[in-house]
Ligand binder design. Sequence first.
Ligand SMILES: [Zn+2]
Length: 95
Amino acid sequence: MPLYEFRCENSHLHELLLSMTAADRSAPCPECGGAATRLISSPALGHLGSARAQLIDRTESSAHAPTVVDQVPGRGAPRPARTTHDPRHARLPRP
Ligand SMILES: [Zn+2]
């Protein structure tokens, strides 16, 4: 849902999340109760595709359609192949 800015006749600014189909062009001011009109502002297109925007999208989608886990997670990536052939390295402690 987009975030819309409103300004009342007393110049108080506030924001509301409204659906794109909302026809509300005015809303009561939360500070003074006067009628506030919707402002025209530029969309925040610079955030599209950023890590922050992707995180917000994943968070919002998980609230409506959470991912279902149907198996136990694996033990991680397999160990990498040996990179040394020095026999002294084989005696070093392993994690
Ligand atoms: Zn106001």
